[in-house]
Structures are given as structure tokens and as C-alpha cells.
Write a protein that binds this ligand. Structure first.
Ligand code: HEC
Ligand code: HEC
Length: 78
């Protein structure tokens, strides 16, 4: 019985922490995207996206001309 639990724990430990790159889609942002958020580079001014990001990421922040939607990774908060 004890042995089963130990094996189960090892199994869970190995699977429970996927790396960052497995959690999020990966893009190649321009060099002005300097704010690192858990390995995802954002452009400064990210706290006010409806002002600072719409020109490329779209008026609705769903992709625009660059095709990267904020909502791929974030809930509906803007
Ligand atoms: C001048 C155009 C432009 C503006 C303005 C812009 N972005 Fe981007 N952004 C891009 C491009 C181009 C990419 C990469 C697209 C690709 O690789 O397909 C990108 C990618 C990203 C990514 C994905 C990065 C990654 O590592 O996966 C994030 C996050 C992001 N932008 C956040 C922001 C935020 C937040 C703002 C506003 C503060 C912003 N961007 C403003 C052009 C812009
Ligand atoms: C490829 C995934 C990805 C994309 C696309 C993305 N983000 Fe993020 N963002 C993250 C991660 C991961 C974090 C750090 C963890 C967190 O706070 O949720 C983060 C954090 C943030 C934060 C700081 C934390 C907070 O909640 O206040 C803001 C603001 C933000 N992102 C805005 C944006 C905006 C605006 C866009 C679109 C222009 C965008 N993000 C696109 C992954 C992404």
C-alpha cells in the first residue's frame, strides 16, 4: 500500500509543473516589447491597452494587424 502511494506521488510531481513555454503560445514580439510577464514579452504601457496596444493588436484587442489577441491568454478584462 505504501509503495503505491509513493509511486503515485513521484508520478504527480513529474507532471504537475509544465514549463512556461508549454502554457502559452509563443510569438516573436518586436524589441520594444520589454516587459517580461512570466516569459511572455509585453510592450510598456500594458496597464492601459485600450490606449497603447490597439494600433497593432486591434481596436477590440482581438488580434488586429499582428494577429495576436490578448484574450488568447487573458480573460475578458478590457
Ligand atoms: C507597433 C505594433 C505593436 C504595438 C503598438 C504593440 N504590439 Fe504587441 N506585438 C506586436 C507584434 C508584431 C507581435 C508579434 C506577432 C507575431 O509574432 O506573430 C506582438 C506580440 C505581442 C505579445 C506576445 C509576446 C510573446 O512573447 O508571445 C504580447 C504579450 C504583446 N504583443 C503585448 C502588447 C501590449 C501589452 C501592447 C501595448 C502596451 C502591445 N503589445 C503593443 C506588435 C505590436
Ligand atoms: C502569449 C500569452 C499572452 C498574450 C498574447 C498576452 N499576455 Fe498579458 N500576460 C501574460 C502572462 C503569462 C502574464 C503574467 C501572468 C498574469 O499576470 O496573468 C501577463 C500579464 C499581463 C499584465 C499584468 C498583470 C495584470 O493582470 O495586470 C497585463 C496588464 C497584460 N498582461 C496585458 C496584456 C495585453 C493588453 C495583451 C494584448 C495586447 C496581452 N497581455 C497579451 C500572457 C499573455
Amino acid at each position: 500500500m505504501k509503495k503505491t502511494i509513493l509511486i503515485l506521488m513521484i508520478f504527480l510531481a513529474a507532471c504537475s509543473e509544465p514549463t512556461e513555454s508549454e502554457n502559452y503560445p509563443k510569438y516573436n514580439p518586436p524589441s520594444d516589447h520589454t516587459v517580461n510577464e512570466d516569459g511572455v514579452r509585453h510592450k510598456p504601457g500594458l496597464q492601459d491597452p485600450l490606449k497603447n496596444c490597439v494600433s497593432c493588436h486591434g481596436q477590440d484587442l482581438k488580434g488586429g494587424s499582428v494577429g495576436v489577441s490578448c484574450y488568447e491568454c487573458h480573460g475578458k478584462k478590457w
